[in-house]
Design a protein around this ligand. Structure first.
Ligand code: SAJ
Length: 437
């Protein structure tokens, strides 16, 4: 049993070498964190509830795009322990919680995964541990769910354990490595902040301390709400530009020449993924509890959520121009992943566009080399695995602009192409049969 720590000395906190990091949740956040910590010489213990997922990981096979099999195997070789047994977390000096924070049926926060992790911590926390929540959530979650879990286990904040919040900042498909992305850290007390900062300094190159866990929770939601609002703005500008017969892509490129005070966002068929469409709703939900109306978030949701339908009407218009009804049209959809060069189709706007087209009677086939034919079939759709023969399609619709697609061959074979991502302009392939959003 580790002796109770009478005074908090963040450096002393690490006197037990090798220092051990425990991670709950080995998904697109937890697994890169485990591998990064291992690469930085820490002992790591990973826990996940999915036996199948753990079996694959223990076998050295990473199902997370951003973690190579080699880097996973190197972590295992250097002693990383991956298990479905939560008791293994007792040996950890710090436990980072990296579990999903989805929305429920009525788009309210679903904290069930965080609550399950808190229960595990309550059963396995011991004196001398730091507990840090990384899942995106509303301000107050760490104080209201993680603190009671350790206190119910008879542990006292700052005497026995420290509790903090540090938002994950993983950007799927982005080559920037976990260790190079600055981390915000906020403890439930100043001491907890000190210890958490010292802990994170062993894993990432830059740590930014804030005064509380609530400030850190709010900072993360600000980051992603900022993104959602700006995407909503450019989606509305795209619709206005179309009504004014102006090329929005040219306009954004021009505005982006301004070296200050402007960041380019790009229109699309809608907003997908498990961050941007969801995170602002966590903030809106907490705001309602404080009788505060988040008008920007609500307007953003309205604009972005109607983009799939808007895209479908633009497709119908193009088909109509060539005397073809949507009903019965043969449509080739390029990309069902929620953004380019990833394999993830969660909350993908592409699937919502497809739903609109199928409802109008269109026949859909899908090409997405990242998502793959099996997953496309699972979605009840017909996969097309090469650009060899596309002559049977009335229109091709670019919904996700993966780099691995041969856009020239698509425009050469299909009479009309609707490009919701501006990819033809981006790659300098001007074609008269290609229309952009
Ligand atoms: N999108 C647009 N126009 C844009 C940018 C994005 O339509 O200008 C769409 C994308 O196609 C996608 C959705 O919005 O469907 C979300 O795109 P995203 O680039 O924000 O990608 P995500 O969901 O992977 O967001 C993550 C976030 N990372 C974390 O939450 C830790 C976000 O904060 C990052 O800024 C983002 O990655 C990133 O920069 O790649």
């Amino acid at each position: 049993m580790v002796s109770r720590i009478s005074t908090v000395d963040p450096e002393g906190f690490f006197s037990t070498e090798p220092w051990c990091l425990g991670i709950i949740g080995l998904g697109y956040v937890g697994l890169p964190l485990l591998v990064t910590a291992s690469q930085r010489g820490l002992r790591t213990v990973g826990f996940d509830t999915s036996g199948a997922h753990v079996a694959k990981l223990v076998g050295g096979s990473s199902s997370i795009d951003d973690v190579s099999n080699d880097s996973l195997q190197a972590a295992l070789t250097s002693g990383s322990e991956i298990s479905t047994d939560p008791d293994t977390l007792r040996q950890a000096d710090a436990i980072f919680v990296c579990v999903p924070s989805p929305l429920g049926r009525n788009r309210q926060p679903d904290l069930s995964f965080i609550e399950s992790a808190a229960a595990i911590i309550g059963r396995n926390a011991r004196p001398g541990q730091l507990v840090s929540l990384e899942s995106t959530t509303y301000p107050g979650t760490t104080n209201e769910h993680l603190v009671p879990a350790v206190e119910d286990a008879g542990l006292e904040i700052d005497t026995d354990v420290w509790v903090a919040y540090s938002p994950e900042r993983v950007s799927p498909g982005d080559p920037m490595k976990t260790g190079d992305i600055p981390k915000i850290v906020g403890g439930v007390t100043p001491r907890s902040t000190e210890v958490a900062v010292a802990a994170y300094r062993r894993i990432v190159s830059s740590v930014h301390a804030v005064s509380s866990a609530r400030a850190a929770e709010m900072a993360k939601l600000l980051e992603n709400t900022y993104r959602a609002v700006n995407i909503g703005l450019i989606n509305e500008m795209a619709q206005l530009a179309d009504a004014l017969d102006i090329d929005i892509w040219e306009v954004i490129e021009a505005a982006d020449t301004k070296p200050f005070g402007f960041e380019a966002f790009w229109p699309g068929p809608g907003v997908g993924g498990h961050c941007i469409p969801l995170d602002p709703q966590y903030l809106a939900w907490r705001a309602r509890e404080a009788n505060f109306s988040t008008r920007f978030i609500d307007l953003t949701e309205q604009v972005n959520s109607q983009m799939p339908r808007y895209s479908a009407t633009r497709i119908a218009r193009l088909l109509n121009h060539q005397g073809q009804a949507t009903n019965g049209a043969e449509i080739l959809v390029i990309g069902i992943a929620y953004k380019r060069n990833v394999a993830d189709d969660r909350e993908s706007a592409s699937l919502q566009v497809i739903e609109e087209l199928v409802e109008a009677g269109a026949k859909i086939a899908v090409m997405d080399p990242h998502v793959g034919a099996e997953r496309i079939r699972e979605q009840g759709l017909t996969p097309i695995e090469s650009e060899d023969d596309l002559s049977g399609f009335d229109i091709a619709v670019i919904l996700t602009d993966h780099d691995r697609i041969d856009y020239k061959r698509i425009a050469d074979q299909v009479p009309v192409v609707f490009d919701t991502r501006g990819v033809y302009r981006r790659i300098g392939l001007e074609r008269s049969n290609v229309t952009a959003l």
